[in-house]
Design a protein around this ligand. Structure first.
Ligand SMILES: [Zn+2]
Ligand SMILES: [Zn+2]
Ligand SMILES: [Zn+2]
Length: 111
């Protein structure tokens, strides 16, 4: 568990920029707020290992919540900002482009 900005990030975190045991590449600096428990985790696997409940996804069309946390600057981005770009809306830091391959784990299909 680490503190990033004013937020607590749980799970198998391995550094101060929210990299975790599962995703520790140079651009793996994004944590997500899980709507089921309101907690921040670096990835789906971290939630699965630590939480006592199945992960819920953000419903389709929900775009306003500040649900993405950049491990570089410690600032949050909205779901809309994240889905529309692959960089932090605050500091411009690039996120792992392969994250988009896993959007279905975190977001219900957008219509
Ligand atoms: Zn949860
Ligand atoms: Zn993880
Ligand atoms: Zn940032």
């Amino acid at each position: 568990m680490i503190r990033v900005g004013s937020h607590t990030v749980r799970g198998a975190v391995v550094d101060a920029q929210t990299r975790c045991a599962h995703w520790a590449g140079p651009h793996d600096v994004l944590a997500i707020l899980f709507p089921c428990c309101g907690r921040w985790y670096p990835c789906h696997a971290c939630h699965e290992e630590e939480a006592d409940h199945p992960a819920r996804r953000w419903p389709a069309g929900v775009r306003e919540p500040q649900a993405l946390l950049c491990g570089v600057c410690g600032e949050t981005s909205s779901i809309a900002e994240y889905l529309d770009a692959s960089a932090c809306a605050r500091c411009g830091g690039a996120f792992n482009p392969r994250c988009s391959l896993h959007h279905h784990l975190y977001f219900a299909p957008q219509r």
